[in-house]
Design a protein around this ligand. Sequence first.
Ligand code: HEC
Ligand code: HEC
Length: 276
Amino acid sequence: MYLIEGILNHKQACALLFVSVCLWGSVMSARQATAAAKTRHGSWQQHPADAVERGRSQFLKKCAFCHGREANGGSAGPNLMRSAVVRHDENGNLIGSVIRDGRPDKGMPAIQLTSDQIMDVVAFLRYRLAESDLRSPKEPGPEYSGAKLLIGKVEDGKAFFYGAGGCSACHSPTSDLKGIARRYPAVELQAHLLYPQDQHLRATVLDSSGKQYAGVIRFLTNYDIAIDDDAGWYHSWPLDAIKLELKDPLAVHRQLLPKFTDSDMHNILAYLETLK
Ligand code: HEC
Ligand code: HEC
């Protein structure tokens, strides 16, 4: 019990037990329900407070933008307190695969976290679940929908695109982004914007004779590298025979997420939505 008390005080812990019993009571006998509540507490003991805190800061960096700071829903992701995946998760088995694989076609990108980081996020979500069951077992959280995303101002989004956002250095509404709003629904468009899927890492290679090659990496191991150059030719070298420079065209995007304010994001989406 002492570990739970690290997170909740004794009265809250008792109230939680009561809430669990109530929630399950309708489908189970009181004895089964008490056993279920105990199992829940049992699994908590593996998630002490420091894992919850590490998970919280990971969640704020990688997930809160869409799911809200408290995981109870944001403009681009559902309320995880009402998610069957979260509720039925055991030690990360369900949540882990959603994080690792994402649901790219539904607006949930695959997110790279180590298994330890995933377990921390799981600990945080469990903690939040208990906390929100305590506070408001029945109260529905805010809903998310594509419509809520599109509350930005087109003109401000356009100004951001050509100005502070720096987007026009790499993109143009009349070439690569032409028709982007037709390619993806709004929620998906936001996921693509935050986590573009194209992972074409580029490399420039200077071989021993001083000749330079540039292209997209086919593979890169500890010993060798292979690229397709811009004319489409395949080349490979042992790493110790060349000078190598890597270029990650998506590096800029990885830095976008923490820089965007919510209103920048809404504005830019409103603007991109006009590119039909
Ligand atoms: C770009 C927005 C976005 C980000 C960032 C994001 N999610 Fe999601 N997430 C979504 C959307 C949208 C869905 C709903 C997908 C669907 O309808 O199946 C979802 C679904 C989920 C689900 C499944 C919910 C259910 O019951 O089906 C879990 C669990 C989840 N996200 C956890 C996370 C975690 C943890 C992170 C951070 C590591 C994260 N998400 C980051 C948008 C996002
Ligand atoms: C340094 C170059 C660079 C900058 C700056 C940049 N991007 Fe990108 N962007 C890319 C690359 C590279 C990709 C991935 C390749 C692709 O899909 O075209 C990409 C992908 C995207 C996609 C997904 C396209 C798709 O078809 O899936 C969107 C949307 C996007 N960027 C919007 C923006 C916006 C909005 C900004 C400004 C806030 C911005 N980008 C800033 C280089 C950049």
